[in-house]
Design a protein around this ligand. Structure first.
Ligand SMILES: Cc1cc2nc3c(=O)[nH]c(=O)nc-3n(C[C@H](O)[C@H](O)[C@H](O)COP(=O)(O)OP(=O)(O)OC[C@H]3O[C@@H](n4cnc5c(N)ncnc54)[C@H](O)[C@@H]3O)c2cc1C
Length: 333
């Protein structure tokens, strides 16, 4: 059988043309969301850099995403994208399908049993405000994490002593065949900025139920404001960045090591170790490539290892293909 033309989404039974949407071609294939080809990811990640994804699906809602996944070939590489605040696609792009949850999986409600249900595309700060306004405590830390609930679950995002999975009661997962399954934290290996299914891995987060202790709305609002003020004072929020680039090594801080290595302000082609917070890399004038950012990440790792014997582990997710000097694609992920 002939290969499908490039930029076409292959599915199990059919080839889905790109730019299909709603009642048009997408409707014919059973989904309502928008499918686009060669979507530049610099538009969708907070670093404002990087290459394109071959196919991008913007579901209409959860049911629509289930239909789409069911139709998609099981071996199609998938990339889940929330708000792209911890993500970089290399300049050579990602030859698979990116699925965007923000603005689509946006249900947020208080359940009758007092828990909070949030779909994966809900922004974490929105969940924090909602929980606080419902007179519950401890969700304030989520206000400073500029991603989605799906991203927070995948990363076990945390700060100021709070961590996402500490509050998870159960999660709603979607399998590659479009089936939904409810799982509990016992099904996952949960670590510092890392979460994985103990068995299998081809499921994605589409929602979660959280439990937060009773509190007071005014206190929650005040704490939320205080944490945001602290972030504005200590983080280079006016420049494109992806938050902390490295995990903190046990008993130490990546920022302290990077600063002590004299790397603050170091630049490679527009990517710079932030002067304000050494564990942040900023895209100084907005023109840095993913490759410049990744080279700087590598340089920081090398110099910190040489000076202090500590290997800094990357927290940000970098994937896709590099572009060689000749402009041709290099090695994969
Ligand atoms: C200014 C700034 C400050 C930050 N501060 C913090 C902080 O204090 N603490 C902290 O932990 N992080 C912090 N971050 C990093 C980032 O915001 C978090 O990791 C966040 O949870 C990522 O969410 P996202 O929706 O942007 O995920 P994305 O960046 O879109 O994706 C991150 C990873 O999660 C996966 N993913 C996303 N959605 C799903 C899903 N539905 N199912 C399965 N996998 C999924 C992606 O494939 C990718 O591997 C900061 C980032 C910035 C820019």
């Amino acid at each position: 059988m002939a290969e499908p033309p490039k930029n076409f989404v292959r599915s199990e039974q059919i080839v889905i043309p790109p730019e299909t949407k709603g009642s048009g071609e997408g409707g014919r294939f059973g989904f309502r969301g928008a499918l686009r080809s060669n979507e530049p990811m610099a538009r969708h990640v907070s670093w404002r850099a990087g290459g394109a994804v071959a196919r991008a699906f913007f579901p209409a809602d959860l049911a629509d995403l289930a239909v789409f996944l069911h139709r998609l070939r099981r071996d199609e590489p998938l990339l889940m994208v929330g708000l792209g605040s911890n993500l970089l696609v290399r300049d050579g792009g990602f030859d698979g399908t990116a699925i965007f949850t923000h603005g689509a999986l946006d249900t947020l409600r208080r359940e009758a049993d007092g828990s909070f249900y949030a779909e994966a595309g809900v922004a974490s700060p929105k969940l924090a405000r909602f929980v606080g306004n419902q007179a519950c405590a401890d969700a304030e830390f989520l206000a400073g994490i500029p991603g989605t609930v799906g991203g927070a679950l995948a990363m076990n995002a945390g700060c100021h002593g709070g961590e996402t999975w500490r509050y998870v009661d159960r999660v709603l997962m979607l399998k590659r065949n479009g089936e939904q399954i409810v799982r509990t934290p016992e099904d996952f290996a949960i670590g510092y900025r890392h979460v994985g299914l103990k068995q299998g891995s081809d499921e994605i987060f589409v929602g979660a139920w959280f439990r937060f202790p009773a509190g007071d709305a005014a206190t929650a609002r005040a704490r939320l404001r205080e944490l945001l003020v602290r972030r504005i004072a200590t983080q280079p929020l006016q420049l494109p960045n992806a938050g902390s680039v490295f995990r903190n090594p046990p008993g130490d801080h990546a920022a302290r090591l990077i600063e002590a290595a004299g790397l603050k302000g170091t630049q490679i082609d527009g990517a710079q170790v932030s002067e304000k917070h050494a564990n942040f890399i900023v895209n100084r004038k907005g023109g840095a490539t993913a490759s410049a950012i990744e080279m700087l990440v590598g340089r920081v790792q090398t110099e910190v290892a040489e000076k202090f014997g500590v290997h800094l582990v990357r927290e940000v997710r970098i994937l896709g293909e590099t572009v060689s000097r000749s402009g041709r694609h290099g090695e994969g992920v």
